[in-house]
Design a protein around this ligand. Structure first.
Ligand SMILES: *Cc1c(COP(=O)(O)O)cnc(C)c1O
Length: 382
C-alpha cells in the first residue's frame, strides 16, 4: 500500500508502517513453504504423521523440554495441560488478570475457577507475593504467563508452588525462544503451552499449538486426551477431545522454525534501536529488560499516560499500534459472576490503560523504526 502521488522513489517518511507485516515474511520464504506443503500433499497423510512428530521433537528441543505434543491451538494446549494436571470442576487456579482471555477461559472450560493474582507493574508479569494473598485450600494449579515475550520471574513462583505442592503451567504463547537465567521458557514449570497462532513469533498458516513438558507421563496423558481419550486405537479410557496439529501446519512450522533464531535476533535489534530512540523522548517508558532475562519481543510495548491520544495520532499518520489488552480479565463481562470491581487489581488496570504495542516484526527497516519514534516525539512535542 502506498500513499497517493507516489513518485518513482517512494518517500519512506510517508509510507504506512503496519504493526505486523506477515506478507513481508511470506515474500521472503514463500518458495520454501510451498515446497513443504507440496511434500505433505504428495504423502496424502494429513493427521498424526511424520511432520507432526518431527515438529514435536524440534519444538521440545528448542524449549529445553523432553516432550512435545502437537495440538489444535494454544488454548487447547492450556486446557489439556490443566486437565492432565487433574484440574476439574470446582477447583481454583491462580492466573494473572493482565493477559489474553484464553489464559482464564482455559481454566473455565474445565469448570474450574480462575483466581486472579495481580501483576508486577514493572514487568507486567505475575508477582509471586500476590499468590500468597490469593491462594486457598481449593487452589490446585498456577498458570504463569510470559507476556509480550518476557519471562515471568519464575524462581520465587516455583518456590511458592513447591511449598504448596501446586503444579505450574507456563503460558508460553508469546515467548517461544525466550530465556530466564539461562533456561528457556517452556522448561521451567510442569508443562508449558505454545501457540502457533499466525501472529505469534512462530506462526502457522491457521491455528495450531503444543504442550511441552519434561514429564513422560504428562506427555502420554495429553496424547491420549487429544485423540478422544484413546490410549490405544479404538479403545477409549476417558473422555477426550479431538485436538491434533495437522501435517500441513507442522510442515509449514518446520520451515519457519529454521528462520526463528534469525527473526528473534532481528526483533531484539529493532528493540535495541527503539530503546535508543526512546531514551531521548521523556514521557515514554520502554519495555522492561531485567538482568538475566532474554526478551524475544513478541511485542514492543511502551507505556505512556496519554495512550489513547497517542494511538489516534499514530493511526492518522498510518502507523499501526495495538493495545494488548484493554480489559483485564477480572473486568471482562465473561467474569462478571466472580464479582470483581475496578480497583481490585490496580497494576493490571493501570497497565490496561497505558500500554501500547508499536510495530514489531523482523522485516522492519531502521527508517521505519525512526519514523515510529519520530512520530511519538512529535506527539509529545519533543
Ligand atoms: C495467543 C495466546 C493464547 C492462545 O493461543 P491460541 O493458539 O490463539 O489458542 C493463550 N495465551 C496467550 C497469552 C496468548 O497470547
Amino acid at each position: 500500500m502506498r500513499l497517493m502521488s507516489t513518485p518513482s522513489q517512494p518517500n519512506p517518511l510517508l509510507e504506512p508502517v503496519p504493526q505486523l507485516d506477515l506478507a513481508a515474511q511470506y515474500s521472503a520464504i514463500g518458495a520454501e513453504i510451498r515446497t513443504a506443503v507440496e511434500r505433505v500433499m504428495a504423502s496424502q497423510q494429513f493427521v498424526l504423521g511424520r511432520e507432526g512428530t518431527a515438529l514435536e521433537e524440534e519444538i521440545a528441543r528448542l524449549c529445553g523440554a523432553a516432550h512435545g505434543v502437537g495440538l489444535a491451538s494454544g488454548t487447547d494446549a492450556l486446557i489439556l495441560a490443566l486437565r492432565a494436571c487433574g484440574i476439574q470442576a470446582g477447583d481454583e487456579v491462580l492466573v494473572p488478570p493482565f493477559t489474553f482471555v484464553a489464559t482464564g477461559s482455559a481454566v473455565s472450560a474445565l469448570g474450574a475457577k480462575p483466581v486472579f493474582a495481580d501483576i508486577r507493574p514493572d514487568t507486567y508479569n505475575m508477582d509471586f507475593s500476590q499468590l500468597e494473598r490469593r491462594v486457598t485450600p481449593r487452589t490446585r494449579a498456577i498458570v504463569v504467563v510470559h507476556l509480550y515475550g518476557l519471562a515471568a520471574d519464575m524462581d520465587p513462583i516455583l518456590a511458592f508452588a513447591k511449598s504448596r505442592k501446586l503444579p505450574v503451567i507456563e503460558d508460553n504463547a508469546q515467548a517461544i525462544g525466550a530465556s530466564y537465567k539461562g533456561r528457556r521458557t517452556g522448561s521451567l514449570g510442569d508443562a508449558a503451552c505454545v501457540s502457533f497462532y499466525p501472529t505469534k513469533n512462530l506462526g502457522a498458516y491457521g491455528d495450531a499449538g503444543m504442550v511441552v513438558t519434561n514429564s513422560a507421563e504428562m506427555a502420554a496423558r495429553i496424547r491420549t486426551l487429544r485423540n478422544h481419550g484413546q490410549s490405544e486405537k479404538y479403545l477409549s479410557t476417558e473422555p477426550g477431545w479431538n485436538s491434533r496439529l495437522d501435517e500441513i501446519q507442522a510442515a509449514i512450522l518446520r520451515v519457519k522454525l529454521r528462520h526463528l533464531a534469525n527473526w528473534q535476533r532481528a526483533r531484539q535489534s529493532h528493540a535495541a534501536e527503539y530503546n535508543r530512540l526512546f531514551s531521548q523522548i521523556p514521557g515514554v517508558m520502554p519495555p522492561p529488560a531485567p538482568e538475566g532475562f532474554e526478551h524475544v519481543y513478541h511485542q514492543y510495548t511502551i507505556r505512556i499516560e496519554q495512550r489513547d491520544a497517542l494511538q489516534k495520532f499514530l493511526g492518522e499518520r498510518k502507523i499501526g499500534s495495538t493495545v494488548y489488552y484493554p480489559f483485564p480479565l477480572h473486568l471482562q463481562p465473561l467474569y462478571s459472576a466472580l464479582g470483581h470491581k475496578a480497583g481490585d487489581f490496580p497494576h493490571s488496570e493501570r497497565a490496561a490503560q497505558e500500554v501500547l504495542s508499536l510495530p514489531m516484526y523482523p522485516e522492519l527497516r531502521n527508517e521505519q523504526l525512526a519514523r515510529v519514534a519520530g512520530t511519538v516525539a512529535e506527539f509529545l512535542k519533543c
